[in-house]
Write a protein that binds this ligand. Structure first.
Ligand SMILES: [Zn+2]
Ligand SMILES: [Zn+2]
Length: 159
């Protein structure tokens, strides 16, 4: 399983491979490290976040935001040009084509698990199929927690 997290000290991103035998999680950019409890990783599945110990993770498509935005922007530009040239069928066809492309990308993209508290991301976790999708109430709870702790809340949902 692969994970990516932001170091709580230096705020740099570290990507690493993790497995059930893993004992410590280390930042590649500074001295920060955290002992990984035995229960955190079981049979290739994340039970709690290795970076912060949070048990709430959500599942989302590993769909890069730039790709979604690019598809929408290109579709809008092309169909606007077609409308301007009175090519209505083309204009609608272009929108439908890109809508379909978006759907196909979405369908083939793998899932990724994201930690509500620290936004660490986990790829290829054995339990990703059974994890819930993003929940605004849970996210709000963690946002309030961050505010209480005096941190700047992260925007939701991130990519
Ligand atoms: Zn660090
Ligand atoms: Zn976390």
């Amino acid at each position: 399983m692969e994970m990516a997290f932001l170091c709580p000290v230096c705020e740099e991103q570290t990507q690493c491979e993790c497995n059930d035998q893993m004992e410590t999680l280390e930042c590649r950019h500074c001295d920060w490290s955290r002992t990984v409890p035995d229960r955190a990783l079981q049979d290739g599945a994340v039970r709690e976040c290795l970076a912060c110990g949070c048990e709430d993770l959500w599942k989302q498509r590993d769909f890069p935001q730039w790709l979604g935005i690019t598809l929408v922007a290109v579709a809008a530009t092309l169909s606007t040009i077609a409308w301007a040239m009175y090519e209505n069928v083309w204009a609608i066809g272009i929108l439908m084509g890109f809508g379909l492309l978006d759907y196909v990308f979405y369908a083939i993209m793998p899932d990724v698990l994201v930690c509500y508290r620290c936004r660490a991301r986990y790829r290829h976790s054995a339990n990703e199929g059974s994890m819930p999708k993003f929940n605004h109430e849970t996210a709000e709870r963690y946002r309030q927690e961050e505010i209480r702790l005096g941190k700047t809340p992260q925007s939701t949902p991130p990519q």
